[in-house]
Write a protein that binds this ligand. Structure first.
Ligand code: GLN
Length: 493
């Protein structure tokens, strides 16, 4: 059987093209791995064997007729369960959408499929992407393949765990305040949040429309670059997607970082609550960049101290508005025997939404209410502007910035679930990037000596400079040589 935890997307495609194995065999390997491990990990809400075999069959037919294979031919992919894929339910891990059948394909998903990818399933997540641990799923938590007692991060925890466990080579997540990068960090995977506007969100259930961005997880920087090639670009169905010339994000990956100006963000690194091992890992990363020929210096982003507060006004405000559509009439769960339409709305939503979703809707509705709008929402938008200016000033001096991705390694299931504020603090390093709209990647920087759990480095770039971020990440990845395969997965091989 093919070992997917060792085969990168490029090798899968080339192996199929060179007749070393068939796309069907790749699909079997991915589904076999899911069968062996997913009862423990629960990365998937739905496994799509039929869709996978149908897509694999099309690739094998193309091989038989000597057609040149597309770049992701035969590559098993998982899709976060807030993105529509025809033939699947799109549940957002919520009871209210438990039986919602995708009516059309999300643009990013159809672009992956057009590039030849094989969809193996829909990945678990925090309900409506509210969370940092995937414990807020209505269908039960995802577990971290590195330690099944720990969370994989969130909200795209299923997508992160699926890649980490070798169940898919590439998965898609969405990142509103860190939900791609933070689970990437906690599972030792490479996780990219593209610049706001780089990837269409059409067909991805909206959380906070001024922040949401779709991006990939994979085991290597090169695979993330390949995925970005496939999914990026203008889409007439999403007015926020930006029309820029197509780029090959794999092109500069081997160019190294000599002369690259790398800024280590010292005030964020020294923030309270950041573990010593994480701080040490980022400092070591800065030394690695210096050894590779980069010009490393220090920078501060003082306004990012207000990032979390601003985000927890803006995010819930937009979410409360976006979630108004789930009313029991147009979509999803509907109670029976309602007295009138208001009763139907109220009871359908109360039954369909979980506690964190209800908290967000209440927070957001309050922040937008007459009399409080200026004091909360208005202030938060001003803080957002200041944060954006801090980044602009930093990028005048540096090409990329370094911070931890997450202040801690993966925490225990249940450890933070009764304390929303402790959970929110998981995203102090990722959230400012969403507020400013920049791109950033999390790349494994090593592991905690005591626990063996992965640590992630966040590399932030200026708007639409994914190429530089990925180039820096690729050089760093090579220098670190992190083994992305968790012990659990080594055992099933
Ligand atoms: N953890 C953050 C939140 O709960 C970010 C979530 C996300 O990026 N979707 O809002």
């Amino acid at each position: 059987m093919i070992d997917l935890s060792r085969l990168a997307a490029m090798q899968i495609r080339d192996g199929i093209a060179d007749h070393l194995f068939t796309a069907r065999e790749v699909a079997e390997a991915a589904l076999g791995r899911i069968g062996a491990l997913d009862a423990q990990v629960h990365a998937f809400n739905q496994v799509t064997a039929e869709l996978a075999y149908a897509a694999a069959g099309r690739i094998d037919d193309a091989v038989a007729s000597d057609v040149v294979l597309p770049p992701l031919a035969g590559v098993p992919v998982g899709i976060k369960d807030n993105m529509n894929l025809v033939g699947t339910r799109t549940t957002c891990s919520s009871r209210i959408l438990e039986n919602y059948e995708s009516a059309y394909n999300c643009t990013a998903v159809s672009r992956l499929l057009d590039a030849g990818a094989i969809p193996v399933g829909k990945c678990n997540m925090d309900e409506f992407a509210f969370g940092s641990s995937t414990e807020n799923s209505a269908f039960g938590p995802t577990r971290n393949p590195w330690d099944l007692e720990r969370v994989p991060g969130g909200s795209s925890g299923g997508s992160a765990a699926a890649v980490s466990a070798g169940m898919a080579a590439i998965t898609l997540g969405s990142d509103t305040g860190g939900s791609i990068r933070q689970p990437g960090s906690l599972t030792g995977t490479v996780a990219l949040k593209p610049t706001y506007g780089r990837v269409s969100r059409y067909g991805c259930v909206a959380f906070a429309s001024s922040l949401d961005q779709i991006g990939p997880f994979a085991k290597t920087v090169e695979e993330c670059a390949l995925a970005l090639n496939a999914i990026s670009g203008k889409d007439p169905m999403d007015a926020t997607s930006v029309n820029r010339p197509t780029e090959d994000f794999t092109a500069g990956l081997v160019d190294g970082v000599a002369g690259l100006r790398v800024g280590i963000v010292t005030d964020l690194l020294e923030a309270e609550g950041c573990d010593g091992v994480v701080q040490a890992s980022v400092r070591a990363a800065a030394e690695t960049f210096a050894a590779l020929g980069a010009e490393v210096g220090e920078v501060e982003l003082p306004s990012t101290a207000h990032g979390l507060s601003a985000y927890y006004i803006i995010g819930p405000a937009e979410a409360s508005s976006n979630l108004a559509r789930f009313d029991g009439i147009r979509y999803g769960h509907r109670v029976s025997g309602a007295d009138d339409v208001l009763d139907l709305y109220m009871r359908s939503r109360a039954e369909g939404f979980g506690p964190e979703t209800i908290r967000r809707v209440m927070l957001g509705t309050y922040a937008l209410s007459a009399g409080y709008y200026d004091a909360y929402y208005g202030q938060a938008q001003k803080a957002r502007t200041l944060i954006k200016r801090d980044f602009e000033a930093a990028f005048e001096r540096y090409d990329v910035l370094l911070t931890p991705t997450s202040p801690t390694v993966a925490f225990k299931i249940g450890e933070k679930s009764s304390d929303p504020l402790a959970m929110y603090l998981s995203d102090i390093y990722t959230i400012p990037v969403n507020l400013a709209g920049n791109c950033a990647v999390s790349v494994p920087s090593g592991s905690c000596p005591a626990s063996g759990l992965p640590i992630g480095l966040q590399i932030i770039g200026t708007h639409f400079d994914e190429a530089t971020v990925l180039r820096a990440a690729a050089a760093f990845e090579e220098a670190v040589g992190f083994d992305t395969t968790p012990p659990l997965v080594r055992e099933v091989r």
